[in-house]
Design a protein around this ligand. Structure first.
Ligand SMILES: [Zn+2]
Length: 280
């Protein structure tokens, strides 16, 4: 097989893996907050409890062949399922492109390892974002293990000589976790002083500590918090304008922090250079 067709195969497999992970994230974000097992029982229709046939579980395609309805009771199946599957497939494709690169990139198989490691991390962030958007909670069971896992992953990749692919070194990861948690604790205290109420939860503190552990201190943290706040404000203000939400209506911060972390990872350096040249 030529290098190019080999690359296309790997790229396609990565996107497919993303779709399957997205299908799993649908299960996780639905069951975890409800305290249910994420592995048992297999997926079933929430209305009639009929088990989903394996071929209908194929990411996106399954939902499309069912035309968004349960085969057994015809109740509609939320369009959110294929959207999450498609988004995760796109996320994996984007990460593959960013870390492995074009056809010449697969000459270095270790890039695939870095891709898999960081796909795992961003899948965990996506699960956190989905759960926070629905339930206003950053689940400790995901965010807390991410901190030591991130530092360990960075340390192992660095030992294997791969930190130039991840862009993160061990000192930066440790500093990132500490500074990330610290900055958010300070912001939470400041918010309490300013608004006289809880503006930031401890969940957000742990989430940013995890982001720092995986992405390092600079420029990831600054950009994550900045972009997260910016995105959150834009969405919050527009939803107030459109739907007339209460001024202090509760808004989840997690999804925006996760989106900010992804943007910082993919385009952080370029973005920072752009901002700096604009200021000078
Ligand atoms: Zn059904």
């Amino acid at each position: 097989m030529s290098t190019t067709s080999h690359w296309f195969l790997l790229f396609g497999l990565s996107a497919l893996l993303g779709g399957l992970v997205g299908s799993f994230l649908n299960v996780v974000s639905h069951r975890l907050p409800a305290g249910l097992s994420i592995v048992h029982p297999p997926s079933s229709c929430p209305h009639c409890k009929h088990p989903i046939r394996p071929w209908h579980n194929v990411p996106v395609v399954g939902w499309l062949t069912l035309r968004g309805q349960c085969r057994d009771c015809s109740e509609p199946i939320s369009v959110r399922y294929p959207i999450v599957e498609f988004a995760t497939a796109s996320l994996f494709a984007l990460l593959f492109f960013h870390i492995v690169g074009g056809p010449s990139g697969i000459a270095e198989p270790s890039a695939l390892l870095v891709f898999l490691v960081y796909s795992f991390y961003f899948s965990a962030l996506l699960a956190i974002g989905l759960i926070d958007a629905d339930h206003f909670i950053v689940p400790d069971v995901i965010s807390l293990p991410l901190v030591p896992l991130g530092i360990t992953a960075v340390a192992l990749l660095e030992t294997a000589g791969l930190s130039r692919l991840s862009g993160v070194t061990l000192p930066s990861a440790v500093l990132g976790a500490l500074a990330g948690g610290g900055v958010m604790v300070a912001l939470a205290a400041f918010g309490r002083l300013l608004f006289g109420r809880e503006a930031l939860g401890m969940g957000d503190v742990k989430l940013v500590a995890a982001i720092g552990a995986w992405q390092g201190a600079h420029p990831a943290l600054l950009l994550t918090v900045f972009l997260g706040s910016l995105l959150g404000s834009v969405v919050g203000i527009s939803s107030m304008l459109i739907r007339g939400r209460q001024r202090y209506a509760k808004l989840p911060f997690g999804p925006y922090l996760c989106a900010g972390a992804l943007v910082a990872w993919l385009w952080g350096d370029a973005l920072l250079a752009r901002i700096a040249s604009g200021l000078l």
